[in-house]
Design a protein around this ligand. Structure first.
Ligand SMILES: [Zn+2]
Length: 284
């Protein structure tokens, strides 16, 4: 299960059309009917999805969006609804559920164009996460923002020593690479050790570069961790490892899952609090 920490606004296309009650309206979400079942795929989807809207549907929506804003369409047979998302990097994703069509997904996006534009504006107003680094720049390391200290032949952040990056360039790519190497060396043994302790079998540990999540766990037992785990406090890092391992017992975030987490890492609430308060600052 992904452990996602960035704000991702989602629009849920309703509930089955058969439901007698009007679609529920939750702030930040926009219900629209589910697609017609797969058997009906040969016929084109209705021009306007919801019957409530049909009275306004004298003209079909203008397809402004696909030309102006590229959409990333992805089919997911496990999805129950269409999901529209604008990710941090400004990409518009539409998840197409089982029995859904690309045409309907595009229409949905077109219909929600103003929402999408609003989200894109927010993304654009968020300070660039690619601010450049050099000597003295403050970098998250083990939960603190520490300066890059330079010496004649090396540099360091806290007690982490690495070769001096080229003087005349942005240091960020090089420093991030070194931090990632540190993560690649440090995290897999920690995961294996913790898995052993809890008698869990894991297939593989991956250290990845992700902006939207700290870690994930696949059903096959592959644990993926963000290299930025070396930037957060040790106890939070250890919690995240415990969290992903707990998914090997429960592939969900149910109460039973949290009971496993409690058993693996009793101080999980403190770690969750730290993440709530700081994730965005570390991941940007
Ligand atoms: Zn999780």
């Amino acid at each position: 299960m992904p452990h996602s920490w960035l704000q991702q606004l989602e629009l849920w296309l309703t509930e089955r059309p058969a439901a007698p009650s009007p679609p529920r309206s939750v702030p930040g979400t926009a219900p629209v009917p589910t697609p017609s079942p797969a058997s009906g795929n040969t016929s084109p989807p209705p021009a306007v999805p919801s019957s409530d809207d049909s009275q306004h549907a004298t003209a079909p929506p203008q397809p402004i969006l696909p030309a102006a804003i590229p959409l990333t369409l992805k089919k997911n047979s496990r999805a129950r609804r269409y999901i529209l998302r604008v990710s941090r990097d400004g990409i518009v994703h539409v998840t197409i559920p089982r029995g859904g069509t690309e045409a309907f997904a595009r229409r949905f996006a077109i219909e929600k164009e103003s929402w999408i534009r609003e989200q894109l504006l927010r993304v654009a107003q968020t300070p660039s996460h690619k601010a450049s680094w050099g000597p003295g720049s403050l970098v998250w390391f083990r939960g603190d923002r520490l300066p890059i200290v330079t010496h004649t032949d090396h540099a360091r952040i806290g007690d982490f020593v690495f070769p001096l990056p080229p003087r005349d360039k942005d240091w960020r790519p090089a420093v991030e690479r070194h931090l990632r190497s540190l993560a690649a060396a440090e995290l897999p043994p920690l995961v294996l050790g913790a898995a052993d302790l809890h008698h869990l079998t894991i297939e593989r540990v991956q250290v990845r570069d992700q902006r939207s999540r700290w870690g994930s766990c696949s059903r096959r037992g592959t644990i993926s961790l963000n290299w930025r785990l070396v930037q957060i406090p040790l106890f939070v890092r250890d919690y995240l490892i415990a969290h992903e391992l707990a998914h090997l017992r429960q592939m969900n975030h149910s109460r039973r899952f949290w009971a496993v987490v409690e058993q693996f890492f009793p101080a999980w609430r403190d770690a969750e609090r730290w993440l709530r308060e700081n994730s965005r600052r570390v991941l940007t």
